[in-house]
Design a protein around this ligand. Structure first.
Ligand SMILES: [Zn+2]
Length: 140
């Protein structure tokens, strides 16, 4: 649906934000509760790290909040349009049930969206800039 090289490709297919080929999650199924949202440490294809610093993915909470609000509004408008005579409790229950059902999906996408905000597509091979940085690190 989205072409490789766009951030939406990485997000929609749960692929490495650097090369768009390797898997990003240990298990891409968000309803596998034992591994939900767990990231691989490195991309299995391009070997770049997914976590540049400890606690990097705490920022995903901002994305999670935005997705939660978007879902809230979507459910609210859907009830408003489909059941114009709905009571207040229909809205409350509809929104709460929707948020509970979609919480694992929101959790998963908040992480990959957060990663894509900071990592640019570089392809599988190391870029000249990365090779220069690697050489500088090796020198000390
Ligand atoms: Zn990769």
């Amino acid at each position: 649906m989205f072409s490789k090289g766009t951030k939406l490709f990485s997000i929609a297919h749960s692929k490495c934000p650097h090369c768009h080929e390797g898997e990003f999650f240990v298990d891409p199924n968000p309803y596998n509760f034992l591994k939900a949202g767990d990231l691989l440490e490195r991309c299995p294809v391009c070997d770049r790290r997914y976590t540049p610093e400890p606690g990097f993915y705490y920022g995903g909470m901002y994305v999670s909040y935005a997705l939660g609000v978007a879902l809230f509004v979507s459910i609210y408008v859907a009830i408003l349009v489909l059941y114009p005579s709905a009571t207040m409790w229909t809205y409350v229950i509809g929104v709460v049930v929707g948020l509970v059902i979609f919480a694992p999906v929101i959790y998963k996408y908040s992480k990959i969206i957060w990663a894509n905000l900071f990592f640019a597509y570089k392809g599988v091979e190391r870029t000249p800039k990365e090779l220069a940085e690697q050489a500088a690190r090796a020198k000390g």
